[in-house]
Design a protein around this ligand. Sequence first.
Ligand SMILES: [Mg+2]
Length: 167
Amino acid sequence: MISSLFKADAFYDSLNDIDFEKLYHSGIRTLIIDIDNTLIPYYQNVANEETKEKTAYLKKLGFNIIIYSNNWPWRVKKFADSISLPTYSFALKPLKMVYKRIIRENKLKKDEILCLGDQLITDVLGARRMGLKVFYIKPLVEKDSYKTIINRKIERYIFKKIINEKM
Ligand SMILES: [Mg+2]
């Protein structure tokens, strides 16, 4: 079913609503997290205090955190330098390449991974195609970069016609 490819394991309004302790106890060990509009608003370049606190908290719980983004390397590098976490740029989600690379280079087990992101047709579809667990998080800010506007239109259609949940 096509619809199942867009269906996240869970939908959240905010990263702060997720019970990460419970997730750790359920066996999740690696969080693969999108940057733009998931960790920081798309117009920011570096990690803000909230992001730093959040990722420090997740590390303390025992998670291995990997950051990935479809954005350009120069943009992602600024973010990576501000937060010192392994980062993959120009990921080309929803293609499988970056996921395979992340799994191989970090020697990960697929069933211990949770992906987190704010876009259905990149973050959710990509993770689903790989058979990975994925949570959809509402975008941090309403506004998106020009590159994302078309994706959002498609997303609204998917939510309306396939998932039947309003964004
Ligand atoms: Mg994003």
